[in-house]
Each structure stands twice: as structure tokens, then as C-alpha cells.
Design a protein around this ligand. Structure first.
Ligand SMILES: NC(=O)c1ccc[n+]([C@@H]2O[C@H](COP(=O)([O-])OP(=O)(O)OC[C@H]3O[C@@H](n4cnc5c(N)ncnc54)[C@H](OP(=O)(O)O)[C@@H]3O)[C@@H](O)[C@H]2O)c1
Length: 282
């Protein structure tokens, strides 16, 4: 069936990158897409397939903003059966350096943002007999790389949340799944927020690691690839726990389960900390 979870799709972070690509892909299939992000503006844009994208300003960090946005969708559509969480950003900095304030801000968008939207949308889904919650996690939900500890923590937290939500929601017809992209060419790279002081002893190694990440991201997948994976999940009555996007990332996530943790650490150190000072101390 084409619209297993109804024709309405709420997509957060749909202003650029993966969220935007998903909005376009779902609308092209005939979905009525509500594109939520902070700078959303303008009239609904219809598509040839009978779908449309309606921009709706919403900050997932703000309770009133989320409540108002979900109420607006519900008032117009009557029911909501599909939500796709793409709003997110990354901070960089050494685990020791990053302030609690910056770490909280990271979690506020990437993790609590998902919870905040779901707290308003899940009751609407239960009322219609079920729905699908797709959460954009990341390969960083499996691998914590140097100077991305808080970003990786936010994605690890989402993994646990989705795994539990799936089991709790199943009796109500609620489905949930993680969409886990690897490096993808989007606005994410430019939006990465440095959160460590410039005079930190970690600063040179952090700068090198972040440059490597930025290079990999700008050479990464087109966001349309993640959008195709999201559409494939929306066609599943029983979606898998996760869909990792891209063959090489699927292999990495699978290999991590089999390899000793120290070997994984060795490889990541070689990749991101090459040229840094050798291990010292006791
Ligand atoms: N790019 C990658 O390599 C990669 C890899 C794995 C996972 N991901 C994940 O994919 C998701 C999408 O990122 P992207 O790569 O597409 O980056 P992006 O191009 O920067 O898109 C992020 C989107 O989130 C919105 N946003 C940010 N903060 C928000 C807030 N507080 N409330 C509502 N919307 C907010 C932004 O729009 P406004 O600024 O207008 O709000 C923008 O539309 C993120 O969760 C990211 O962690 C990305």
C-alpha cells in the first residue's frame, strides 16, 4: 500500500540537507509534507504527484513552538501518521573542554528535540490506530570519534530511545526505526559549532580531526540517498530497528559488532589522530 501510515508526513529539520531531501522525496510520492525548521517561511508548494510541502516555522528546542506547530498540522490534516526527525547539528571539541552548556545545547536539539516533538505527536498517532516514527540517528550512534563525543552521545541516546519506543508502542500500532546515515554532503559541515577554547592543549589535534571529518562529509553521499532509505522504511509495515545508509557504512556497523573494541579504537585513532602526540602519562 502506498500510504501505509496515512498521507501526512511531519518532517523536522526539513530546511536543508537530509530533511529537505526527504521532504522533496515524500512530496513527490504524493504525501502532504509539513516541513518544520526554524527559518521556515512561505506558502505550501504543491507537487505534480498531488503532494505538497508546507513550510512551518518550528524550533524543536522550544516547547511552545513545537506544541503550536503540531496543533497546526493536526487542525489542518485531522491526523498524523508519520514523523521523520531530521533536525540536528554537531558540536566539536575535546570531551574535557566542552562546557556543560554546550553539551546541553547539543542534547537539547538532537535528543530532547525528538522527545519534545514525539510527546505531542504520539498521542495523535495512537488516536488513529498507529503510526511511524523515523529518527535520523547516525553511524556516530555506533562509533564515537575523537572530538565529537557529545554529538556521538546524542546519537547513542537516540538509539536507546528508539529501541525502547518500538517495544512500548507496538501494542498501539506505533512503529519506530532509526535511519543511520554516514558522511553526507549537507549544511551539517558548515553548521558544526566549535565548542572548545582556541588555546586548549587539545586544539591542534581537534582542528586536524575536524578537518578530516569535514573532508569526508563534503565527499559524502548525496542526501537523496538517505531520503530513498526513509521512503523505503515508510513502505514497511514492520520496519527494521535501523537502516544504515550506504554499503560501506553497513559493513562498518556490522564489523564493529564482531571486532574487539581495542581494534576499533586503534583504527579510529589512526584515522582521526594521525600526527597527534603519542600516548603519555602513567
Ligand atoms: N551530514 C552528515 O554527514 C550526517 C551524517 C549522519 C547523520 N546526520 C544527521 O542528519 C540530520 C540532518 O542533518 P543534515 O546533515 O541534513 O544537516 P543540515 O543540512 O544542517 O540540516 C539540519 C536541519 O535542521 C534544522 N534545525 C537545526 N536546529 C533546529 C531546531 N532547533 N529546530 C528545528 N530545526 C532545526 C535546520 O534548519 P534551521 O536552521 O532553519 O532550523 C536544517 O534544516 C541531523 O540529525 C544529523 O545529525 C548527518
Amino acid at each position: 500500500m502506498r500510504f501505509l501510515y496515512g498521507r501526512t508526513a511531519v518532517i523536522t529539520g526539513a530546511g536543508s540537507g537530509i530533511g529537505r531531501a526527504c521532504a522533496e522525496a515524500f512530496a513527490a510520492q504524493g504525501y502532504s509534507v509539513w516541513a518544520l525548521h526554524r527559518r521556515a517561511a512561505g506558502p505550501p508548494a504543491p507537487t505534480a504527484a498531488g503532494g505538497r510541502i508546507t513550510p512551518l516555522a518550528c524550533d524543536v528546542r522550544d516547547e511552545d513552538s513545537v506544541r503550536g506547530a503540531v496543533a497546526r498540522v493536526a487542525a489542518q490534516e485531522g491526523a498524523v501518521g508519520l514523523v521523520l526527525h531530521c533536525a540536528g547539528f554537531g558540536i566539536s571539541g575535546a570531551a574535557e573542554d566542552v562546557s556543560l552548556e554546550a553539551a546541553r545545547a547539543q542534547m537539547e536539539t538532537n535528543y530532547f528535540g525528538v522527545l519534545r516533538v514525539n510527546r505531542h505527536i504520539l498521542p495523535l498517532m495512537r488516536a488513529r490506530g498507529g503510526g511511524l516514527v523515523l529518527v535520523v540517528g547516525s553511524v556516530a550512534g555506533h562509533f564515537a570519534i575523537p572530538f565529537q563525543s557529545h554529538y556521538a552521545s546524542s546519537k547513542h541516546a537516540l538509539k536507546a530511545y528508539v529501541e525502547a519506543l518500538r517495544m512500548e508502542g507496538a501494542p498501539f500500532g506505533l512503529r519506530a526505526a532509526l535511519l543511520e546515515p554516514g558522511d553526507t554532503k549537507t549544511g551539517f559541515t558548515a553548521a558544526r559549532a566549535p565548542a572548545g577554547p582556541a588555546d586548549s592543549p587539545y586544539a591542534p589535534a581537534c582542528a586536524r580531526a575536524v578537518a578530516r571529518m569535514a573532508r569526508d562529509e563534503t565527499r559524502g553521499h548525496d542526501p537523496a540517498k538517505a531520503a530513498r532509505a526513509a521512503l523505503a522504511l515508510a513502505r514497511r509495515r514492520r520496519p527494521p530497528v535501523r537502516r544504515v545508509v550506504g554499503l560501506s557504512y553497513k559493513f562498518l556497523v556490522f564489523a564493529k559488532r564482531l571486532l574487539p573494541a581495542r581494534l576499533v579504537e586503534f583504527v579510529l585513532t589512526r584515522l582521526y589522530l594521525r600526527g597527534a602526540a603519542p600516548p603519555g602519562g602513567v
